[in-house]
Design a protein around this ligand. Structure first.
Ligand SMILES: Cc1cc2nc3c(=O)[nH]c(=O)nc-3n(C[C@H](O)[C@H](O)[C@H](O)COP(=O)(O)OP(=O)(O)OC[C@H]3O[C@@H](n4cnc5c(N)ncnc54)[C@H](O)[C@@H]3O)c2cc1C
Length: 557
């Protein structure tokens, strides 16, 4: 069956006699063609194969009209199997007069809605009233075509979580279908895989990916993963606020710009449920919205954005710079902007690693929130990111408990958030409390907590643990190339001067520009930069500033 872009609901016919098959399809098209697509098949197995394809595409099937006597598979056998894929489709059997008894019997066996006697002339009297009634019944079921990507998975599958998180953070709308739901089982059956091979991703044009890698998924949903040209003016590494800000300014000023992002654009900010202190958004803005706007803005000016590409090396060549990918590829440019931010620190307690993605999450409260309903939700951390997550999750979960190692929130959290938390009845704040172990097989079931003042321990039931315990730069790949401080943050501009002396930077006879690193033409902006202010606004500003300084570098090389 050819894949069409037409998403009208479907009337499917199956009849092994080509003459009859054509005639019934012709009559149906004449009367219903404007609102429905008529799909004609000539055997039960062929019709089932077609239904599987339609299922994977997310199409809606309104009516199945099957001939009773067919050699390979009878109409009844076909309808019985078809019900497993499209339980809401209404079913009619086309029979000869002699088979009327069998048809009547079938009403009970396959829950047949109707049987039609051949010939059905004139259709205005004998065919259309029956099909009209079937369509009315189907319309009542509210089963519509699915035009979005679908993800079939299980809530306690770490890979399913990664895929959902990736799609959400890249603003790809998707429909989540659990393998525990009948629809999930139908989709798995249509794709011919079992529930151990998840997640299963179905695209709106009918392709399906079983346990896809992130780069496969990125390519499938239309995100670029390979550079379009051989040489750029600037390669931006990292797609958080600093990188996106730089991409907008660089591309809008005519620089050939490519941004390379390891996971999904947005960075830490993209994971924030609500940023309330970013200029111009008096009612706050979610990280996802801010990222989506920034990404569209960067695209509008012609910046290329590559996702799921991990940069693992920086080569400094006499007249160019190159960043290397983990698969051996590279992008070459005049200059590089390091905007790799910081990543969450891992919770180093027994059980936490094994349960990551299975109830233990780092950031990313948004994707999981709706599933939290009846579970006990715990949050570790005391900074704004933890506070925002608590406020957000309190709208979805029965009870949220914040576990704070220190004896107050005031040292680490903004006043406006502390006030909000105080006023929300289902948030409990436990001070002087640390997680010392996570328990569960297959998914998180409990936590052992320790009161570091009293020295007491207790084990509590817990379905979710969201961890926000600070972060560190992941800049090991710059070792030996770019000067960093003891914690791995990239030193730039004045921070590189020792006793007023500029560092040795090849043959270059000038001090580094303000955001320039120890290698000329390599700049750093945002959280990855030593001594930067760790905020969205400052990251965006540094991204924009870096581009101005980079212009100077390009002019005076
Ligand atoms: C949950 C949360 C809530 C927050 N709320 C606020 C708030 O309300 N207000 C505020 O001002 N600040 C807030 N912050 C802080 C703010 O988000 C950060 O300061 C800001 O995102 C820093 O931007 P950045 O671009 O420097 O780095 P990041 O946002 O960390 O982005 C860096 C990006 O680089 C990518 N990357 C890293 N290494 C590589 C590599 N080798 N190859 C390719 N890509 C790579 C990462 O995947 C990431 O996407 C919050 C932070 C969090 C975590």
């Amino acid at each position: 069956m050819a894949v069409e872009t037409d998403r009208k609901p479907i009337l499917l016919t199956v009849d092994d006699d080509p003459g009859v098959s054509r005639a019934v399809a012709r009559d149906l098209r004449r009367h219903y063609g404007e609102d429905y697509r008529v799909v004609r098949t000539e055997s039960g197995p062929q019709a089932l194969e077609t239904l599987r394809e339609l299922k994977l595409r997310g199409d809606a099937v309104a009516v199945l009209l099957a001939d009773h006597r067919m050699p390979e598979m009878s109409g009844l056998e076909f309808l019985e199997e078809a019900m497993d894929l499209f339980p809401h489709a209404r079913r009619a059997l086309l029979t000869a007069y002699a088979d009327t008894d069998a048809a009547i019997e079938a009403i009970n066996v396959v829950d047949l809605d109707h049987y039609l006697l051949k010939p059905w002339d004139p259709p205005e009297e004998k065919l259309y009233p029956v099909i009209d009634a079937l369509i009315d019944m189907w319309l009542d079921t509210d089963a519509q075509a699915i035009t979005r990507t679908q993800v079939v998975g299980h809530r306690w599958s770490a890979r399913s979580f990664e895929v959902r998180d990736f799609l959400a953070r890249n603003s790809v709308p998707y429909r989540w279908v659990s393998t525990e739901e009948p629809e999930g089982q139908r989709l798995l059956a249509a794709a011919g895989v079992d529930a151990t091979r998840i997640p299963l991703v179905l695209t709106p044009d009918g392709r399906h990916l079983v346990e896809p890698s992130m780069s496969e998924l990125a390519a499938e949903v239309g995100l670029s993963t390979t550079p379009a040209i051989d040489f750029y003016d600037v390669v931006i590494v990292g797609g958080g606020p600093a990188g996106l800000g730089a991409a907008v300014y660089a591309a809008s000023e005519g620089l050939r710009t490519v941004l390379v992002e390891r996971e999904a654009t947005g960075g830490q900010a993209g994971q924030s449920s609500r940023i309330e202190n970013y200029l111009g958004f008096p009612d706050g803005v979610s990280g996802a919205q801010l990222t989506d706007r920034a990404r569209r803005q960067a695209h509008k000016f012609g910046a290329e954005i590559l996702t799921t590409r991990d940069v693992v090396g920086l080569d400094v060549r006499p007249s160019s710079r190159a960043v290397r990918f983990d698969d051996g590829g590279e992008v070459v440019s005049h200059s590089v902007l390091l905007a790799t931010g910081i990543s969450y620190r891992k919770l180093d307690v027994p059980g936490a690693d094994a349960l990551t993605g299975l109830g233990v999450f780092y950031g990313s409260a948004a994707t999981e929130a709706s599933a939290c309903g009846d579970d006990d939700v715990y949050i570790v951390g005391a900074a704004n990111s933890a506070g925002q997550a608590a406020v957000f999750l309190s709208q979805h979960a029965r009870q949220v408990t914040m576990l704070v190692r220190g004896d107050t929130l005031e040292r680490s959290m903004s006043y406006y958030l502390i006030r909000q938390i105080d006023e929300i009845p289902n948030i409990d704040v436990r001070l002087n409390t640390e997680v010392i172990e996570a328990h569960g097989s297959g998914h998180l079931e409990g936590l052992t907590l320790c009161n570091n003042q009293a020295g007491t321990q207790e084990t509590v039931r817990a379905g979710y643990l969201f961890v926000f315990i600070g972060a560190e730069p992941r800049t090991e790949w710059l070792e030996g190339v770019v000067t960093r401080d003891a914690r791995g943050f990239v030193l730039t501009g004045p921070d590189l001067l020792r006793d007023g002396q500029r560092p040795r930077r090849g043959t270059l006879d000038r001090d580094p520009y303000y955001l320039e690193a120890s290698v000329p033409g390599v700049f750093a902006a945002g959280d990855v930069r030593a001594n930067s202010i760790k905020r969205v606004a400052s990251a965006v500003v540094e991204g924009a500033m870096a581009i101005q300084l980079l212009h100077r570098y390009l002019e005076h090389r």
